[in-house]
Design a protein around this ligand. Structure first.
Ligand code: GDG
Length: 735
């Protein structure tokens, strides 16, 4: 029976070892609740860290601990203290967490922590693979495990993998500052489905993938190697029933908790006092200091509210090992001290501050007792506290003031939405909340509560899993074998056994790396050398095949002793002829109609340019912003398409280029004709973009076709990049 393997940094339980006594307490957090059915269905298993390092679990206790965890359907990744430091406190919380929350000034880049992050991610992936059986699916969670999807995929190419990021994905301009940005994206792209809380994070992620991995996009699908990766937003919900019932119980209970009694005592002194609640982990992303400053500003701006309102602030200790969190704790202590010192009276202290975590029941007391919730994160993936507050307002009174920087603000737009940096707006919103009529409070909260009840955490998990199940299976026929030692050796062996070998090599993106400006892709001395070595062997017939114009190629390779095919198969130059031969009957009379249209697009699209070839016009947009360029290319295509219909002209889409040319002229046709004339016993074809696919499909079946890079292909093999191509060609030259 197939199962789902859930993978997260921490297991949904806490583990205590007292002497020889092992105590396992299941966690009741949102994620554990949401994933309950996924986890407990069939043989489901949850893989993560138990919270105890290798030192804390002695060797003789380890098997017993694993046995106890197994009863909870969990398995733990064992980590040393050093690994936890480098992986969790280090790369996860000193690099990824601040960077993804736009705190560039707190972001540290340490090579050793990055390496620990890789090795710990590998440990998680290895444990997943150990537990994986045919038909299983895997759901990986959050920023600590961004490399795990790819690490699993490498060993288990067919397994279905989902990934969900609980924190924001930053805009490309921020993400690009990460030295290991490509590795992180490739790590995530190991998944079939990648989920975020909001559509904004989806957009940011897609934009980074487009710019850094040069992948093709189709709406929310990314073409990555031979797979389609789906990216979508799944806003996480809460266990609504749990909070709502607890609040109902609180409201009808006869006994009162200590915290409730204290809150009420305060109200007795000042009859119409109102309470403003804030709850967060003590984290710089949560905007706690700014909240205090805005509250101070409110008390100054509206002095009539002094002694009539109190801020009840719960800050839960978090990541105290990271220096910024210690600094933040000091800053908050000082701010609370200053504000209380400045405004307190005999009967009133404006800020009531708790630095600790509270039992669930007390949390409910706070949600139920406070008329206002003031949640002002400067960045927050979602913010579940906002949803929990609304769920607890059983009579629908209460006002939520929520930062627009929290993912939750998109679903909770009936709240008072504020910019946490705008103290004027925050202060006015507090006043508006204090004065809001009950009827308005109820109508706003009713809408939000209904939505939160409907889209709860279980629904979130079910929808994600449903989407994962629906992701199309990998097409096994469309899978090029990735180059590795074994494949390379086989190819070399095969190559050396043949005597009349024909090699078609594409230029841009294959022999020469993709450059920002096409004119910069000048052949290097190293390339000339490799080609000369290949040509030196009389068993080899070398053909460079390109979409470039013949003049450029003539200036680069005109005096070289090998064959050249240019303009996608229109021109041929053989070493034994001094002149170029036109292979197809074509004309360019259509230039006068198409060129002005292209010119108009070029003028309006900074960075784009037209290349005029003998019989084709190419519109290059590799220097244009990728998203804008792709959109303009669609527009240009749509404009030209109706004009060229029935004229024997076609639009060909290459990598960041649209080319208008005579139809039926392509590299496949030219290469096939060349091969027929030459009569080889072996053909090799290498290319990187869409225009090379014609060679891969049109040349005889036994052709060794090799795709360079990540894109979908009909080729039989796939090689990483141009430097690998040159290495491989060098080895061919030796055979
Ligand atoms: C990350 C993302 C995203 C808080 N204090 C106590 C306590 N809590 C509970 C709350 C709530 C949870 O902790 C906090 O969740 P948030 O969503 O507000 O924030 P993060 O911890 O930063 O979570 C965030 C989330 O992941 C989910 O994807 O929303 O954006 O940063 O459930 O109730 N619970 C108890 N005592 C406390 O003192 N029992």
């Amino acid at each position: 029976m197939s199962k789902t393997i859930i993978v997260s940094n921490r297991l949904p339980l806490s583990l205590n070892i007292n002497n020889e006594n092992i105590e396992v307490t299941p966690s009741v957090g949102g994620l554990a609740t949401g994933l309950k059915s996924v986890h407990h269905d069939g043989n489901g298993i949850w893989i993560g860290w138990s919270g105890l390092t290798e030192n804390e679990v002695s060797d003789n206790l380890a098997p017993q601990v694993e046995k106890e965890l197994k009863k909870q359907k969990c398995s733990s990744v064992s980590l040393t203290e050093k690994e936890v430091d480098g992986f969790y406190y280090g790369f996860s919380n000193r690099t990824l967490w601040p960077l993804f929350h736009y705190f560039s000034e707190f972001t540290e880049f340490h090579q050793d922590q990055w390496e620990t992050y890789i090795s710990v991610n590998q440990k998680f992936a290895d444990l997943v693979i150990e537990n994986l059986e045919d038909g299983d699916q895997v759901w990986v969670h959050d920023y600590q495990l961004l490399l795990v999807p790819q690490m699993i995929r490498e060993q288990k190419p067919d397994v279905k993998i989902g990934f969900f990021l609980h924190i924001p994905f930053p805009s490309y301009e921020v993400f690009r500052t990460l030295p290991w940005r490509e590795q992180i994206l490739n790590g995530m792209m190991g998944a079939d489905l990648i989920g975020f809380h909001t559509y904004d994070y989806v957009r940011h992620f897609m934009s980074s993938v487009q710019r850094l991995l040069n992948c093709e996009m189709n709406f929310n699908q990314i073409q990555y190697e031979t797979r389609n990766v789906k990216v979508d937003s799944f806003p996480m919900g809460i266990d609504f029933e749990k909070f709502h019932h607890a609040a109902q119980k609180h409201n009808t209970s006869k006994t009162k908790s200590e915290i409730q009694l204290s809150l009420e005592k305060h109200r007795l002194i000042k009859g119409d006092t109102k309470l403003i609640l804030s709850i967060d982990r003590l984290d710089y992303t949560k905007g706690i200091a700014k909240r205090l400053l805005a509250f101070e500003y409110f008390l100054e701006k509206f002095p009539e509210y002094q002694e009539k309102v109190r801020l009840v602030m719960l800050a839960v200790p978090s990541r105290a090992n990271v220096p910024q969190y210690q600094d933040l704790k000091n800053e908050i202590d000082q701010l609370v001290g200053r504000i209380n010192g400045k405004f307190s009276t005999v009967n009133w202290t404006p800020v009531w501050y708790f630095y600790r975590s509270m039992p669930f029941e007390n949390l409910i007391d706070l949600y139920c007792s406070c008329e206002i919730a003031l949640l002002t994160p400067v960045r927050d993936g979602m913010n579940l506290v906002a949803k929990e507050y609304i769920a607890c307002r059983t009579d629908h009174t209460g006002v939520l003031i929520l930062s627009e920087m929290a993912g939750a603000s998109i679903e909770l737009n009936e709240a008072l939405i504020i910019n946490p940096n705008n103290f004027e707006q925050v202060a006015n919103s507090i006043k508006q909340a204090l004065e809001m009529p009950d009827a308005e409070q109820k109508s706003r909260n009713k809408v939000m509560q209904d939505r939160i009840a409907r889209y709860n955490v279980e629904r979130w998990a079910t929808e994600f899993m449903q989407n994962l199940t629906d992701v199309l299976a990998v097409k096994p026929t469309n899978r090029a074998l990735k180059f590795n030692k074994t494949i390379e050796n086989q190819l070399l062996e095969d190559f050396s056994s043949k005597t009349k070998r024909l090699l078609f090599l594409d230029y841009d993106g294959t022999l020469s790396p993709f450059t920002k400006k096409p004119e910069d892709a000048i052949p290097t001395p190293e390339l000339f050398e490799v080609l000369a070595e290949l040509h030196a062997n009389p068993k080899n017939q070398l053909v460079l095949i390109t979409g470039r114009d013949k003049n450029t190629f003539d200036s680069w390779f005109g005096d070289q002793p090998y064959s050249l095919i240019t303009e996608h198969g229109l021109w041929l130059k053989s070493p034994d002829q001094s002149d170029w031969k036109l292979l197809e009957q074509v004309n360019n009379s259509w230039f006068e109609v198409i060129y002005p249209i292209m010119m108009r697009f070029t003028d309006n699209t900074p960075g784009s340019k037209i290349e005029i070839k003998n019989y084709s016009l190419a519109w290059h947009y590799r220097n244009v912003d990728p998203e804008y360029g792709a959109n303009r290319a669609i527009e240009l295509k749509a404009t030209i398409q109706p004009i060229i219909a029935n004229h024997n002209i076609e639009i060909m889409e290459g990598d960041k280029v649209l080319e208008i040319k005579a139809s039926g002229v392509n590299k496949g046709k030219a290469a096939s004709r060349f091969a027929l004339d030459f009569g080889p016993d072996y053909i090799l074809a290498m290319g990187d973009d869409w225009t090379d696919e014609h060679m891969f499909t049109d040349l005889p079946d036994d052709t060794v076709s090799i795709k360079v890079g990540n894109k979908i292909t009909e080729a039989k093999y796939r090689i990483k990049d141009t430097s690998h191509v040159l290495d491989f060609l060098r080895k061919l030259a030796e055979n």
